[in-house]
Design a protein around this ligand. Structure first.
Ligand SMILES: [Zn+2]
Length: 274
């Protein structure tokens, strides 16, 4: 068990696991950092309800971070933002750069400044990766931005079809298309969200994937990782935008968020670790 304290502008180790911050004997290396907030376009409740339109554009979103995931108005594919570039991962698993005036109903972004980075040995699937990451998190009660750059023997992603407003997300994802990529290098972009926040964001780990050539990707279902590098950023603050739309102002959030998230975001037959 490790114990860390997050202070303004930096992370300080106060426990025994990595008492020497220069220690590279198996734990994540820890260094000073600035950790800004995660910005969210809307709570996940709104997306689960089928509210797929807001006036917030990719241009506005870019002001809040260079790293993140989400979707586009009319649920038009999966969003991945990395190194300051936003990609639209379409139903066929192809990546495009959408126009900056494109709107988004749901996204989480931050300015990525990892406090820890370490190599990853071979890992068989997200269960093994999440078990490994669980050992690296400073606390399961904090939010984390996570980036993995790696070589994979295979990656399984899904994307969603463009969907009419007011269609519950679980009905839209029932029409998802799953794509497998073999012998591929790429980047996983995602977040860890505490289990107590299911109405705000997807609890546990949520990753999107894009290939190294930035031509393919989607919402990550599973993979076989050969070797790579993982970087973690602690995010102790959340800026939650509540959309000033008539849809949102008049909505009633009666759906079971936790149950809908299990159906809409997890690979079929996979239990959440969140
Ligand atoms: Zn996703």
């Amino acid at each position: 068990m490790s114990f860390f304290a997050a202070e303004v502008g930096r992370v300080e180790v106060i426990g025994d696991r990595s008492g020497d911050p220069t220690n590279d004997g198996g734990g994540c290396e820890v260094s000073s950092q600035d950790h800004g907030p995660i910005f969210m376009v809307s709570p996940i409740n709104a997306l689960l309800e089928g509210l797929y339109e807001t006036p917030l554009t990719l241009f506005e979103l870019a002001k809040h971070g260079d790293f993140g995931i989400g979707t586009f108005n009319d649920l038009d594919g999966e969003m991945l933002r990395v190194d300051g570039v936003t990609y639209q991962l379409d139903l066929d698993g192809q990546a495009h750069q959408p126009p900056l005036h494109t709107g988004t109903p749901f996204a989480a972004v931050c300015k990525f400044k990892p406090y820890a980075s370490e190599p990853l040995a071979a890992l068989s699937g997200h269960v093994a990766l999440e078990a490994h990451l669980d050992q690296c998190l400073l606390s399961r009660n904090m939010m984390f931005a996570i980036r993995v750059d790696a070589r994979f023997s295979w990656v399984r992603t899904r994307s969603v079809p463009k969907t009419h407003n007011y269609t519950p997300l679980v009905e839209a994802t029932a029409l998802q298309k799953v794509t497998d990529f073999k012998n591929i290098s790429g980047t996983m972009v995602g977040f860890y969200t505490p289990a107590f926040m299911p109405s705000i964001n997807v609890p546990g780990y949520h990753f999107h994937f894009i290939s190294q050539d930035r031509l393919h990707g989607g919402h990550l279902f599973d993979f076989e990782l050969i070797e790579g590098q993982v970087s973690l950023q602690l995010c102790s603050q959340l800026v939650l935008n509540l959309p000033m739309t008539t849809d949102y102002l008049g909505a009633e959030f009666l759906r079971d968020a936790r149950a809908d998230i299990e159906k809409a975001f997890r690979a079929p037959g996979v239990e959440s670790s969140g």
